[in-house]
Design a protein around this ligand. Structure first.
Ligand code: G1P
Ligand code: ZN
Length: 540
């Protein structure tokens, strides 16, 4: 038992658990306090099995050592962890489900930079394999507020260098290979022979692991099982600081890969995943696939993959994700749900079989095979569709747009804004909203404005204040949200969407197609005026 003089009061979990700078986590007893609250709150701890691993960033192995000793002190009967502590978020979700564990602790700050100067995070997943519910994370937070001690046993650090079985008092520690089970699952979902024949004929691919967790998975997947040449996987060794890079697969941070595909001719397909392996970016030669379109294309062509050949129960997208998938769902005659931002909102829909596939505009797509978004799954799914149709990314996109029309879409992020300024912009628009109805905007006029609220169709819970929506007469949508995952200041996200039917101009540059909306939202929300920034930090 270790006594705490004062409890930490800043441990309010955000969208994916607790995320702070590495330095913040290094304060004495900080990590332990949060873990103590988890062990006191998570159902089934005594006698239960727990899955533990992370994305390999600085602090990963230290945290695993502390978790093991605290788990033993709390009466956990078995912890399954992985060689070198390497475990991607979707692979962790799979292990939780496979071993009927009480949950999992994933050490990652997702796509945020790592290292002593970067960020660290602790994510808690529940027994269904998905992110802990809001009520569980709130209970954990409440518990942190009054902590005066935590339980931990003394034990010399267990080596994670190779698979093996160890004991801490009576608790079993099983160190397993964190890659194998995941690859086995992928082989059940997709036709590896068909994909392999396609990519090895005349369709060279490049995968960028951004020095993060997917490296070992991707090497064994592409260069091993699928027979791609060595070198297909770039930056494939997980590094504690991700080699100084920002492990976020978008055009800004995965720019090396983007250049290879958008400007070069050596590759026909490119993909990248984020720090913990749940996000994906898809590129074709000279062509970037917007994540909202990616979701729509996967749904429209799901029958190409063995796992989904019998059709889909339904689909879901987060509110700021474009409505491209809605049109496909309508066409297929299946339900399409609109949820708040954050993967946890898909959990109930997946658990009750209401949906099979879901996704977010933030480079996240997934299905009922696990309860997390899954980067490599999305990459394989794309390759499966291309292999089955024997076509290029560019061709598939053009075909999709000529069937359904095109949702021009972009997200503009303004990062590290002082919190008062970000709140000022947001509150100002929210206050003005009722008076905006009927006002002209870009080439149309505003017909609807609200702060999005979600009524969960499974448990009836209501989650409100999830982002400001402005909907125009021509179907365009503008959404403003404040990020829940940043660690420095505030991040304002502006989502822009404009639909052009099959009869319109389908091959414009999105930033040009959205120019009117971009200009008018800046004027209305006074973004550049109030932030002093004349352009967003990241444009996707
Ligand atoms: C961001 C994304 C969101 C995603 C989350 C975790 O959250 O926008 O879609 O679920 O990261 O990966 P935000 O920073 O916008 O709150
Ligand atoms: Zn992630």
């Amino acid at each position: 038992m270790v006594k705490l003089s004062t409890p930490f009061t800043d441990q309010k979990p955000g969208t994916s658990g607790l995320r702070k700078s590495s330095k913040h986590f290094e304060q004495p007893h900080y990590l332990e306090s949060f873990l103590e609250a988890i062990f006191r709150t998570l159902p089934g701890v005594k006698g239960g099995t727990l899955i533990v691993g992370g994305d390999g960033r600085y602090g990963n192995c230290r945290a695993i050592d502390i978790i093991l000793r605290m788990a033993s002190a709390h009466g956990v009967s078995k912890v399954i962890t992985t060689v070198n502590g390497i475990l991607s978020t979707p692979a962790a979700s799979n292990l939780i489900r496979k071993h009927k564990a009480i949950g999992g602790i994933i050490l990652s700050a997702s796509h945020n930079p790592g290292g002593p100067e970067g960020d660290f995070g602790v994510k808690l997943n529940a027994a269904n394999g998905g992110p802990a519910s809001e009520s569980l994370t709130n209970d954990i937070y409440t518990c942190t507020l009054n902590l005066d001690e935590y339980k931990i046993v003394e034990n010399s650090e267990i080596s994670l260098e190779s698979p093996g079985r160890h004991f801490i008092s009576s608790m079993i520690v099983e160190v397993i290979d964190g890659v194998e089970d995941y690859l086995y699952l992928m082989q059940k979902l997709f036709d590896f022979d068909q994909i392999s024949a396609f990519i090895n004929k005349d369709f060279p691919i490049a995968f960028d692991a951004l020095n993060a967790v997917t490296g070992p998975y991707a090497s064994r997947l592409f260069e091993g099982l699928l027979g791609s040449p060595l070198g297909t996987v770039r930056n494939g060794l997980p590094k504690e600081d991700f080699g100084g890079c920002h492990p976020d697969p978008n055009l800004t941070y995965a720019n090396e890969l983007a250049e290879l595909l958008l400007e070069g001719t050596n590759y026909s397909f490119g993909a990248a995943c984020d720090g913990d392996g749940d996000r994906n970016m898809i590129l074709g030669r000279g062509c970037f696939v917007n994540p909202s379109d990616s979701l729509a294309v996967l749904v429209a062509n799901a029958h190409c993959a063995p796992a989904y050949k019998d059709g889909l129960a339904g689909v879901a997208r987060s509110m700021p994700t474009s409505a491209a998938v809605d049109l496909v769902a309508r066409d297929l005659g299946i339900d399409c749900f609109e949820t708040p931002t954050g993967w946890k909102f898909f959990g109930n829909l997946l658990d009750t079989g209401k949906i099979t596939i879901c996704g977010e505009e933030s480079f996240g797509t997934g299905s009922n095979h696990v309860r997390e978004k899954d980067g490599l799954w999305a990459v394989l799914f794309w390759l499966q569709i291309l292999a089955s149709k024997q076509c290029t990314v560019d061709h598939l996109m053009s075909q999709h747009w000529s069937n359904y029309g095109r949702h021009y879409y972009s997200r503009h992020d303004y990062e590290e804004i002082p919190t008062e300024i970000a709140n000022g912009i947001y509150n100002n628009i929210e206050k003005k909203m009722p008076a905006l109805i009927g006002n002209s905007f870009a080439d149309s006029s505003i017909i609807f404005a609200d702060n999005f609220s979600y009524n969960d169709p499974v448990d009836g819970s209501i989650t409100d204040k999830q982002g400001l929506r402005l909907i125009l007469e021509d179907g365009s949508r503008l959404i403003l949200r404040l990020s829940g995952t940043g660690t420095k200041g505030a991040t304002l996200r502006v989502y822009l969407e404009r639909y052009v039917s099959v009869h319109g101009k389908l091959n414009q540059n999105p930033q040009l197609a959205l120019r009117g909306l971009i200009q008018d939202i800046d004027l209305m929300a006074e973004i550049s005026h109030r932030t002093g920034m004349n352009r967003p930090t990241v444009i996707t």
